[in-house]
Design a protein around this ligand. Structure first.
Ligand SMILES: C[S@@+](CC[C@H](N)C(=O)[O-])C[C@H]1O[C@@H](n2cnc3c(N)ncnc32)[C@H](O)[C@@H]1O
Length: 249
């Protein structure tokens, strides 16, 4: 997804796509029209069985990620995690269970209806982290610099109309030494005609899928170090990958 060259047209184009994304995810959040499958879909996406066991069906039914990316280790010293494009909160719930009780998770999403669903379907986490739902655009986060020890995202960067801005924002809100751990989509060649000719594909996860080289370029330009992109899994016409990197300075 690159959009028109003229900058006024570019910003109209981005605003229209974000409007369509909000419409689509509002419908999903309110109408329950997610692909069915719940726990089975999570297991097929690579979630460990013990993680899935404790989740409420209302959460699993609203999953729209592209694979398992919740960090398993190094969580004991985290005081603030930011989840970008959190959706209805499967990964938020899993992260909340794993973080220490005094930790905070700021779950950001462009679609307020998704955050409403997140607030109402998260299990109570008396032992885990506190979750704050914040409506916002991950290309211009409503958060201060250097607030997070960890930034996570699942199938969210792919929907951004300005991926360089989204990665730069992830970097900005991380503390020096903080980590970005995400699952997202890359393409290994041109997108197929069905996707390119679908005027609504920019509002699904597919229309904006970039190559691994473009993703790495955005991450490096943002300032990230030790970039690791791996664990490829087929996802519709493209590939889902795990991304891990960190802010060094
Ligand atoms: C494919 S869904 C994934 C949701 C969730 N991460 C999951 O795994 O179920 C993408 C989510 O990103 C949100 N989103 C899309 N563009 C965004 C942006 N620019 N800023 C913040 N959230 C965005 C959508 O509203 C949607 O909830």
């Amino acid at each position: 997804m690159t959009g028109p060259r003229n900058s006024a047209a570019q910003s109209d184009w981005a605003a229209q796509i974000k409007g369509r994304i909000r419409q689509r995810y509002t419908r999903l959040a309110r109408g329950g029209t997610f692909p069915t499958g719940g726990a089975q879909r999570l297991l097929a996406a690579g979630y460990p069985a013990d993680a899935v066991d404790g989740l409420l069906p209302a959460l699993m039914d609203a999953y729209s990620g592209c694979g398992y990316a919740v960090p398993e280790s190094g969580l004991e010293n985290i005081s603030v995690a930011v989840e970008l494009g959190a959706g209805a909160g499967v990964d938020t719930a899993l992260l909340a269970q794993r973080l220490p009780p005094q930790a905070r998770i700021i779950a950001v999403d462009l679609t307020p209806a998704m955050l409403e669903r997140l607030r109402t379907s998260l299990p109570p986490t008396p032992e885990g982290a506190l979750v704050f739902a914040v409506a916002g655009d991950m290309e211009a986060l409503p958060l201060p610099d250097g607030v997070a020890d960890l930034v996570t995202a699942n199938a969210a960067f792919t929907l951004c109309t300005d991926k360089a801005a989204a990665f730069a924002e992830a970097y900005r809100v991380l503390k020096p030494g903080g980590h970005l751990v995400a699952r997202d989509l890359i393409r290994e060649g041109p997108l197929p005609r069905e996707v390119l000719e679908d005027p609504l594909s920019d509002a699904t996860s597919l229309g904006g899928v970039v190559t691994q080289a473009d993703m790495e370029k955005c991450l490096k330009t943002a300032g990230f170090s030790d970039i690791r992109i791996g664990d490829p899994r087929p996802f519709s016409y493209v590939v889902s990958v795990r991304l891990e990197t960190r802010r060094a300075d």
